[in-house]
Design a protein around this ligand. Sequence first.
Ligand SMILES: [Zn+2]
Length: 73
Amino acid sequence: MYKAYAQRGEGPRGPWCKRCILPIEAGEPTERILFANDPERKLKELNGLYHARCAQPYLGLSRILNINPWGRF
Ligand SMILES: [Zn+2]
């Protein structure tokens, strides 16, 4: 039989920050990070929503990686 695990308290259903693995609550500043130039898909797991403060180290990185030297998408 399928066992359902009860969530503790009122589990947030909203998005979860990819970095600190805490829920992003409504109204909190967020950043969506997208590593567009990721041919090996190593960074795919990092794409997603972050708390704005958690996204800071990634923002610089994603800007660098998003530079497209070939000028096409
Ligand atoms: Zn976070």
